[in-house]
Design a protein around this ligand. Structure first.
Ligand code: AMP
Ligand code: MN
Ligand code: MN
Ligand code: MN
Length: 291
């Protein structure tokens, strides 16, 4: 299969999760799904983890997709958790790998505290229950607890389980300190990639804190924002397209696919980026691999 040149390529899907973090499909199965959906340029972006990238890359190139290595880093900023994509990173970069290992290292203790909170709310056994869903023991996440609570019949949907148990102030929520914004940007840019603020509409910032997020992000060397993504409404896409113009940021597009049943958005099914925006992948031309 011959791909169009990068600038003509619109079906980029640069955000999804495998069993190396909180997705339910292995990297190669994800690649097959993305290719079958018509994705032309694909990135795997597991939470705080690079372990799925080698298998994903091999499958992507075999299937004729263009490929970018990626990661979604958990960051703490102004009392909120912010997710930052690192696109086009070199997975062999030592500082990136070490930084991510540090971010992952707090997850087990956090999970034990989450389980203690759930036990106190009448749901014992959550640690072992969530662990049964984990594909990577370094990467236990709230999603795995959510799957267990749904399996037990405590909740009937992901939305319900996060609302009742896993968000701030709820029994399974534990305040956690993730990476700093500046260090996360430096890990990504130091590894040759572009840093991108993921799904900006999901954060509970007021206008002042949101402005601070984007301006500090840029000061550290961040250059991108995810405008079109699985968790943005049309109005939110329009709003963050304006943010991209206002700050002069590159724009990204990604489904944030986790699982065929749970995910609202399928691979490759998102609207195109608004034409007035600069796609982040054009700034990563040297990092894109094609068979
Ligand atoms: P963690 O990194 O352990 O805090 O888990 C974060 C993950 O939980 C996100 O990447 C999503 O996959 C999932 N998540 C967070 N909030 C929600 C929500 N309201 N509904 C469904 N999934 C969510
Ligand atoms: Mn996730
Ligand atoms: Mn995210
Ligand atoms: Mn994600």
């Amino acid at each position: 299969m011959t791909l169009p040149p990068l600038h003509a390529l619109s079906n980029a899907d640069l955000h999804c999760h495998s069993t190396a973090s909180d997705g339910t499909l292995a990297p190669a199965a994800l690649a097959e799904r993305a290719a079958a959906a018509g994705v032309e340029l694909w990135a795997l972006t597991d939470h705080d983890e690079l372990a799925g990238l080698a298998a994903a890359r091999e499958a992507a190139l075999d299937l004729g997709m263009a490929w970018l290595a990626g990661v979604e880093i958990s960051v703490s900023f102004a009392g909120e958790t912010v997710h930052m994509l690192g696109l086009g990173v070199d997975p062999r970069d030592d500082a990136l790998a070490a930084g991510l290992a540090g971010v992952r290292s707090g997850r087990l203790e956090r999970a034990r505290q989450m389980a203690a909170g759930l036990a106190a709310a009448g749901h014992p056994g959550a640690f072992e229950g969530a662990m049964a869903y984990v594909g990577n023991p370094d990467l236990i996440s709230r999603t795995h607890f959510a799957r267990w609570l749904i399996e037990r019949g405590v909740c009937d949907s992901m939305h319900d389980v996060f609302r009742r148990f896993l968000t701030e102030g709820k029994p399974g929520y534990v305040v956690h300190r993730w990476a700093g914004l500046g260090e996360a940007v430096r890990w990504v840019t130091g590894a040759g990639g572009q840093a991108v603020i993921a799904h900006p509409a999901r954060y509970k910032f007021g206008p002042t804190a949101e402005y601070a997020l984007f301006s500090e992000f840029q000061t550290h060397g961040g250059r991108g924002v995810e405008v079109v993504c699985g968790s943005h409404s049309h109005a939110e896409q329009v709003r963050y397209a304006d943010t991209a113009i206002e700050f002069g940021l590159l724009a990204s597009r990604g489904s944030d696919f986790h699982d065929p049943e749970e995910s609202r958005t399928a691979f490759g099914a998102l609207p195109d980026l608004p034409g007035k925006l600069s796609p982040v992948w054009l700034a990563l031309a040297e990092r894109v691999e094609q068979a």
